[in-house]
Design a protein around this ligand. Structure first.
Ligand code: NAD
Length: 256
């Protein structure tokens, strides 16, 4: 398979995570892949594994998406790979890095609020700002931002107020940027999954997981591959007329 463009995926280094499944699906679809995550060594390792499995160019490095200097270092490293011809031009960015928090509102403090906002919302802002220019220059790009059903229905899965607020910020960010660059050839869309089978719900219990699944009309949480299918579609050539939209994938737990 010839790879003509690179897909950048943030938050794709964690075992059983959505990011890893998305990166794997992008590579299966023929994208060269870049993985940006907190642990650069692991990001490089996962990228190499996925790259080898699908025969595509790959690169992984450290990025704390909430830190402007760290994102700039990662941007420069990716740009150097492209300039050296080791990666094709960047064509997709999947902003997936995120953290959640189940802390009840009055027990939160500003530090927790700031951290959850920083990784989810500010991270999406910083990484998009870093990688949008080459897409605009090429006249082609697909930006897919990870929100959550928690943004739409006020939590109700695991994450509470700071998480729901941060994921709602991503919906507004997506629409406003999509409108601003609507005719550039770059699309900006978001995805709102319900509960997915990953390790993000730190401290969850089998009882809580059973309650979460019982609340979903389909009767189970989503697999990471099911979420990856939506990212793959929004990044495909065929999704060229989706601009500033959001795709729900929640097993029927929120219909609107
Ligand atoms: P996960 O914990 O497995 O993966 C999160 C990834 O983000 C990890 O690789 C982690 O290292 C990375 N990350 C965290 N902070 C970072 C930072 N500051 N900089 C760079 N990378 C960072 O969780 P997941 O379930 O795969 O979640 C992925 C995304 O999907 C998150 O944005 C999450 O909010 C969202 N989401 C998850 C679910 C779910 O039920 N699992 C539902 C809706 C939305």
């Amino acid at each position: 398979m010839t790879t003509t463009r690179t897909a950048i995926v943030t938050g794709a280094a964690s075992e059983r995570g959505i990011g890893m499944a998305v990166a794997d699906r992008y590579a299966a679809d023929g994208w060269a892949i870049v993985i940006l995550d907190l642990d650069g060594e692991r990001a490089a390792h996962v990228a190499a594994e996925i790259g080898a499995r699908h025969g595509v160019a790959h690169f992984g490095t450290t990025a704390n998406v909430a830190d402007e200097a760290s994102v700039e270092t990662a941007r420069a490293a990716v740009a150097a790979e492209v300039e050296a011809g080791r990666l094709p031009v960047v064509g997709t960015l999947a902003n997936i890095a995120g953290i959640t928090s189940p802390v009840p509102f009055l027990e939160t403090d500003l530090a927790l609020w700031n951290t959850v906002m920083a990784v989810n919302a500010t991270g999406t802002y910083l990484v998009t700002k870093a990688f949008l220019p080459p897409m605009l220059e090429a006249g082609f790009g697909r930006i897919v931002n990870m929100s959550s059903v928690s943004a739409q229905r006020g939590g109700g899965v695991f994450g509470k107020v700071p998480y729901s607020a941060a994921k709602a910020a991503i919906l507004g960010f997506t629409k406003a940027l999509a409108r601003e660059i609507a005719d550039s050839g770059v699309t900006v869309n978001s995805v709102t999954p319900g509960a997915v089978d990953t390790n993000i719900r730190v401290g969850t219990t089998p009882e809580l997981e059973a309650r979460i699944a019982a609340d979903i009309p389909i009767g189970r949480v989503a697999s990471t591959d099911e979420i990856a299918s939506v990212f793959a579609f929004l990044s495909s050539d065929g999704a060229s007329y989706l601009q500033g939209t959001n795709i729900d994938i929640n097993g029927g737990s929120h219909m609107h």
